[in-house]
Design a protein around this ligand. Sequence first.
Ligand code: HEC
Length: 157
Amino acid sequence: MRNRNIIAVVLSAWLTWISPQVNADSSKEEEVFVEWKVTDLKIQEPLAGLEGDPRWGRTVAITPTKGNCLACHALPIAEQEFHGTVGPPLEGVASRYTEAQLRLLLVDIKQLKPTTPMPSFHKNPAELHRVAERFRGKTVLTAQEIEDVVAYLTTLK
Ligand code: HEC
């Protein structure tokens, strides 16, 4: 009887410890493609209803393994040495586009410019062809990262 109580206590302690760990390991989940809908050349609804954080968006934009936007664009970020010239400078981009238009540009710019070298950052992996093994089944940026970058871009007035 006593043993059984000890087991119950240990088990419940372990369960309390393990559940947040399981929840914290949601990196796999975040890589999952989130459906979006284009109307009038824009995506009105935030992906998965997520709220973007402009500070994270700035980090995602300048991180080479994430957005890598600086490879092709100039951004108003003085401490970064290299700014690309393949695409237009993004300063003032929020006065040219609405948030919903920026979301489509980021998610799948090829809908507007089919031959652009800019990657589609959140396209359905099932529709992508000839993808390197480690990127297979994944989007370039997660839904959260898309919303973070959109939030950052809307600050570039
Ligand atoms: C491989 C190069 C490349 C990368 C990387 C890239 N872009 Fe672009 N982007 C372009 C080009 C080129 C255009 C112009 C569209 C075209 O092809 O005519 C463009 C256009 C845009 C536009 C529309 C700008 C305008 O004034 O019309 C936005 C917004 C934009 N990019 C945001 C981003 C962001 C944010 C990132 C990083 C997450 C990024 N791009 C990464 C090449 C790139």
